[in-house]
Design a protein around this ligand. Sequence first.
Ligand code: URA
Length: 187
Amino acid sequence: MDNWDTLYDVCKKCARCPLWETRTNVVIGRGNKEADIMFIGEGPGFHEDQQGLPFVGPAGQLLDKMLLAINMSEENVYIANIVKCRPPGNRDPKPEEQAKCMDYLRYQLTLVRPKIIVALGRIAANAIIAGGENPYGEEFRITKHRGIWFERKGIQIMATYHPSALLRDETKKRPAWEDFKSIVNKL
Ligand code: URA
């Protein structure tokens, strides 16, 4: 059993927060476990819960398209979420649910050891970026702070709009595309 098996095993049995009661599958990650880039969303939706994989619904299809546009796919990136179980009705994961799940994400980060982290959306940005030492203060405002890179523990970190936000609001697509192009420059 390797470290990934252990992570999967522990997560599948996890009941640290009430989200386990309504999940169909625990959603841990997809993509290359040795990738230089890690994308982190907020939590599984309906399709992800059904399939046990992150970003496989409409938002995931858009993410895959944007990755393809910068010549990437899940062969070069690893994709995960802040919480591993679907919040009922796709509500925002509660702070205490995020906190309970954070150890798993931290462990994933030590296994993947990405050079670049891209937070997708406000929830992921606040969970990963705000709070610790960062140039943005206590609250990360996605409209104001997206697309700006900073470094923490040798990892380059940036947040951009969540693909679901792009599906709801076309005007966000252009700035998000700029952010994706800046990922290529970072590499
Ligand atoms: N939205 C997320 O934040 N994560 C997923 O896996 C799917 C949709």
